[in-house]
Design a protein around this ligand. Sequence first.
Ligand code: ADE
Ligand code: ZN
Length: 324
Amino acid sequence: RPPTRSQLPVKKIELHLHLEGAAPPDFIRSLAGEKRLTLDGVFDDRGAYAYDDFAGFLRCYEGATRVLQGPRDYARLLAEVLDRCAEEGVIYVELFVSPEFCGGGDLSAWRDHLAAMTEVADAARRDGIDSRGIVTAIRHFDPDRARRSAICAAETAGGWITGFGMGGAEQVHKPTDFAWSFDCAAEAGLGLTCHAGEWGGPDSVRQALDLGCTRIGHGVRAIEDPALVRDLVERNITLEVCPGSNIALGVYPSWDAHPIARLADAGVRVTVSTDDPPFFHTTLRAEYDRLASTFDWGDTEFRQINLWAAEAAFCDAATRDRLK
Ligand code: ADE
Ligand code: ZN
């Protein structure tokens, strides 16, 4: 059989993957079984994650995450997720992980979780898949809790943790409420990214840039403002675009309507990731396939987005060069 397009390129870089959001339903169900926990409203009657809209998605996500209780669970989850990434042809992945879920923002509990995850990441690196962790604040929780996450990030910067970011409900709280947290992470030498331009418009993207971010999670709604698009190009800002996520959650009604190709054509550094693949019934190969069939993307475009991803990766220069 001739190779399918999704086999190209061989090496993929994924910059935007939530560790908790990458947990397969079976993984969550079996942990719940071991702990004798019941998960109300998390699964539909076919066993898939159940939600109707973004608010429901966040509830479902947080419900599933309740079964992850301690360093050992996080280590098992990371091993499973890195295995799946390797199957998708990923050679380097950055994972969002939240101290809020790993011990409630307590620094000592976070250190224990991180030690367990680092062991798994080190073993996976020896098997050919490299990874880094991005500590993630959750916007709709609280700016005070974000501060605790930033302190966890800053105190553990330098090993597996190389970035700080923020996800969650984009329209809750003002970005300036999180300035202290982003400054704290930047001072510790961490790369900065923030979810913006997913549910919020161009202004939300501008505010994320004001926080010092060099990368934007999603950022796709920047397309609504040509001046902002020009700014993104001039400042070499990288967008972590997750088209399948946007379509599953209803940010755009269809693949045809998705602005990724228009952003790329305008010269914006776009990259492609899966966000929370089991929630959106997607894989990185499926995303590449859809981009190929919708926008006629091929080798040239896929090489370009992976080059942009390598250049924006929160890792040391030697690793970055190896990824190019
Ligand atoms: N957390 C996990 N997935 C997310 C998304 N798509 N937007 C905001 N926060 C998230
Ligand atoms: Zn995300």
